[in-house]
Design a protein around this ligand. Structure first.
Ligand SMILES: CC(C)(COP(=O)(O)OP(=O)(O)OC[C@H]1O[C@@H](n2cnc3c(N)ncnc32)[C@H](O)[C@@H]1OP(=O)(O)O)[C@@H](O)C(=O)NCCC(=O)NCCS
Length: 176
């Protein structure tokens, strides 16, 4: 366990385990939210290929990342990761995804807040940033509640389900 929310629900970030595979595969293969989670073109996800990709990501020492499962009262409901660490400028990017049933209940805001605290306090980062599709209003609101601000807009940068969309760059700085 890394950090816990002070509420009746226990929202924690923890390491992945074998038992999380089905949830992670379901999340990663979800074509409905593909563009929200991936920069590359959508494609059906094959279970074996995903297993190999996960195994490679976990043993690849060249790309530093910190990947957590989001756990609510003992049930795995999503994942949140820090990646693209810049060790010199002390920043990293964050990505998050929850299974459909877990969305809209404050879990994303809590998990993002926890991973930012992990980044600042445990990794000594000074800045965390992310990219979000302009129409993903729920995500933008969750990030704002966690303390992120909109820093920029890449106009018509993404092709999303039949139309171009802006990408917002959001970030949060550690208060010294
Ligand atoms: C994005 C995501 C992580 C957010 O987590 P979440 O638990 O659903 O978000 P929260 O419940 O903490 O907060 C959502 C906020 O947005 C608001 N919201 C939801 N839909 C909205 C909309 N269409 N317009 C405006 N606000 C909206 C909610 O009311 C809530 O704000 P409030 O607490 O002030 O009422 C989650 O929805 C998810 O995994 N979505 C699918 C994948 C994805 O989009 N990942 C992000 C890629 S950048």
């Amino acid at each position: 366990m890394i950090l816990t929310m002070s509420s009746s629900r226990s929202i924690t970030l923890r390491a992945r385990s074998e038992e999380d595979f089905d949830m992670l595969f379901q999340l990663s293969g979800d074509l409905c939210t593909w563009e929200e989670r991936n920069a590359e073109s959508p494609a059906p996800l094959n279970r074996l290929a995903y297993k190999a990709r996960l195994a490679h990501a976990e043993t690849d020492g060249s790309a530093k990342s910190a990947c957590f499962v989001i756990d609510v009262d003992g049930t795995a409901v999503g994942s949140v990761s820090l990646f693209d660490f810049d060790e010199l400028a002390r920043h990293a990017e964050v990505g998050i995804s929850l299974v459909a049933d877990a969305r809209g209940k404050g879990i994303g805001t809590a998990a993002v807040s926890q991973v930012v605290e992990f980044a600042f306090v445990r990794c000594n980062l000074r800045r965390v940033h992310l990219q979000v599709i302009g129409s993903n209003l729920g995500a933008i609101r969750a990030y704002e509640k966690a303390g992120f601000v909109i820093e920029g807009r890449q106009r018509q940068h993404a092709w999303v389900r039949g139309k171009y969309e802006d990408i917002l760059v959001m970030g949060i700085l550690r208060s010294e």
